[in-house]
Ligand binder design. Structure first.
Ligand SMILES: Cc1cc2nc3c(=O)[nH]c(=O)nc-3n(C[C@H](O)[C@H](O)[C@H](O)COP(=O)(O)OP(=O)(O)OC[C@H]3O[C@@H](n4cnc5c(N)ncnc54)[C@H](O)[C@@H]3O)c2cc1C
Length: 411
């Protein structure tokens, strides 16, 4: 505890990450006279932005309908609908472009700075903070926050601060969740989301790099996702798997081993697959099923599934018996795989959990528990699948919080 007079601000932003900077810059533009500072625990700010999207920063996703956009949030889907009507993808694109950082769309809808470098985003945030005279103070770990006489008292590892309004944008930091709990909030415990699956299985052992569209299902559960599936050295990854990890984050959190079903031919029913196999049996009678890939599957994957159905390379289509055909249909439409662990997805990972959403007013991102305390970004129990949606949550929350913090009372 220091005995120096606390430093006084109108708005103190706790956390120098994506949500913190976006809020600070917008608030400073909306209320140029307001005294604003950002307190960051680390020696550098914006560290996650730097490593995001494999160093390219996947800023947002080219989805322009609020209802469709919300479908990418396993937690926060309902709550973000309103906020997205006020600030979403189009606004994000315009916001960055207006400040000299045009974004580009990739084939899968992900949007990146044209420079292909997250440094462009960091440079912009730092330049804007300087221009708007926002004090950015690193190495200030916030240790306690209390309300005294309608002003927030913020204790850090160095000086103390006071502010009329604060924004907590500390991501998934457990200590800050504890602090918010002490202030009366309920916290949904954090669990990892966006992970890939470790699978040791002869069917995929020699196929790293093979990718195809598939539907993946948690066995015995209703949860299923679709999209590109990538076979890796350690198991399976790609959007279909990452989506399943996000939607199933909570239910998989305490499981190391679980079973998934993979449908390698999502456009066809098992009956249609079976009919097609019968046709191939007749028409390609003298050929080995191994010779040509069918159903436009990658050749090595097709061969591996044929093998797994007990069909050797010497067998001809004409020789396939009922059991082999049934097994091949099963391998193609609902192959079971044992998952025996989770691996971090290097390009993007997030934590599910955070401040209970019913305790937040989603028009303003103000806490319903503490007046003049605002929350944005991953500190909330909101997270998305991979693709730029997590940052969009930070931008939307940051923008609306900035607006609310600067449009009433003294600030
Ligand atoms: C490797 C990786 C890649 C990613 N890539 C993408 C991507 O391309 N696109 C996408 O949409 N999402 C991506 N994400 C997710 C995205 O980075 C987060 O959702 C986003 O950063 C959340 O922003 P935030 O401001 O809420 O939290 P953070 O960015 O985590 O910022 C919180 C800040 O608060 C600080 N802090 C914590 N405690 C204190 C304290 N007590 N006092 C002061 N400061 C404190 C932290 O040091 C940190 O700087 C990625 C995540 C990872 C890990």
């Amino acid at each position: 505890m220091t005995f120096l007079e606390p430093l006084s601000f109108d708005i103190v932003i706790i956390g120098g990450g994506a949500a913190g900077f976006f809020t600070a810059i917008n608030a400073a533009e909306m209320a140029p006279e307001a005294k604003i500072c950002i307190l960051e625990r680390g020696k550098d700010v914006l560290t996650k932005v730097r490593i995001s999207g494999g160093g390219r920063c996947n800023v947002t996703h080219a989805e322009f309908l609020p209802k469709e956009l919300t479908k990418n949030y396993p937690r926060g889907e309902k709550e973000l609908r309103g906020p997205f009507h006020s600030f979403m993808t189009g606004d994000t694109i315009e916001w960055f472009e207006k400040r000299g950082v045009p974004l580009k769309i990739e084939d899968d809808g992900r949007m990146f700075p044209e420079s292909n470098s997250s440094e462009t985003i960091i440079d912009l945030f730092l330049k804007e903070s300087k221009r708007l005279k926002i004090e950015v103070l690193a190495k200030r770990a916030v240790q306690d926050v209390q309300l005294h006489n309608d002003r927030w008292q913020i204790e850090t590892s160095q000086e103390n601060f006071t502010a009329e309004k604060i924004l907590v944008a500390t991501g998934s930091n457990p200590k800050m969740w504890e602090m918010l709990k002490d202030l009366g909030h309920n916290i949904v415990p954090g669990v990892p989301s966006l992970f890939t699956f470790k699978i040791t299985d002869a069917r995929i052992k020699d196929l790293p790099g093979v990718a195809t569209n598939a539907v993946v299902r948690l066995r015995d559960k209703k949860l299923e996702t679709s999209g590109p599936l990538l076979i890796t050295h350690w198991g399976m990854s790609g959007p279909a798997i990452l989506k399943l990890s996000a939607w199933g984050a909570r239910e998989l959190s305490d499981k190391k081993n679980f079973e998934i079903e993979v449908n390698w031919l999502p456009e066809l029913s098992p009956e249609e697959i079976s009919e097609e196999l019968q046709r191939l049996k007749k028409e390609n009678a003298k050929q080995s099923p191994h010779k040509y890939a069918q159903f436009e599957l990658p050749k090595r994957l097709w061969q591996s599934l044929v093998n797994a159905s007990g069909i050797g390379a010497e067998v001809r289509w004409a020789d396939l018996n009922k059991q082999q055909l049934e097994e091949l249909t099963k391998q193609l439409s609902c192959g079971t795989f044992q998952v025996h662990g989770k691996s971090t997805f290097k390009e993007e990972f997030v934590t599910a959990g955070g401040v209970e959403l019913k305790e937040v007013n989603f028009k303003t991102f103000e806490s319903r528990v503490c007046k003049n305390l605002f929350l944005a970004g991953e500190v909330l129990n909101i997270d998305a699948i991979t693709g730029g949606f997590n940052f969009q949550n930070a931008w939307t929350g940051g923008y609306l919080a900035a607006k609310a913090m600067t449009t009433d009372s003294a600030v």
